[in-house]
Write a protein that binds this ligand. Sequence first.
Ligand code: FMN
Length: 202
Amino acid sequence: MTIRTLVITSSILGENGQSKALAEHFIDQARGRDDLEVTFRDLVADELPHLGLTELGSWQVANEESTAEQRELASRSEKLIDELRVHDVIVLAVPMYNFGIPSQLKAWFDRVMRAGVTFRYTENGPQGLLEGKRAVILAARGGQYAGTEKDTQTPHLKLMLGMIGIGEVDAVFAEGLAMGEAKRNASLKEARQAIDGLVQRL
Ligand SMILES: Cc1cc2nc3c(=O)[nH]c(=O)nc-3n(C[C@H](O)[C@H](O)[C@H](O)COP(=O)(O)O)c2cc1C
């Protein structure tokens, strides 16, 4: 069985970003397995605008009543959700910017988290509608916060993924990247080793 993997990058540093380097390491390791198929989505090279009212409204209009502009706007979210649906493993390469995720990645979540499409509200609370998927977070950070209350980024990501039905999430951290060369090198090495282990277990 082929494991279809969607790798989503969101560093404004592009090729020089450490999260992108971790994603590339993941792919290099994954290519060693012949049952993995990889798709790339770079949310900075292919940037989404902030979600606005006109686009939000385009989701509510029935297809037969919608204008060409509304269909075009609605297709932005539909294409991203379709892409998500056909992949089994979602790899999010995530820089930390001001304790949060890049706004480009938030714009992606704003398109794929849709009530009635990827989750629904029930009497018992929200229910995710995507099934059989898992996610891997590859986090790059200048400081060191994993496992502390200052890391609000990881719970935020897990909450959003869980909301749409992706409850199985592994996280690899490359931290302290701005805390001197020795720390940076050790941290990147450790993260690459953690990725190697993860790819074997996919
Ligand atoms: C605008 C901006 C904000 C940042 N904010 C934080 C932060 O809040 N905490 C932190 O640990 N590092 C912060 N950093 C450092 C980045 O997390 C670090 O450079 C990391 O390598 C970013 O991932 P990237 O190399 O893939 O872009 C920030 C960097 C930038 C450019």
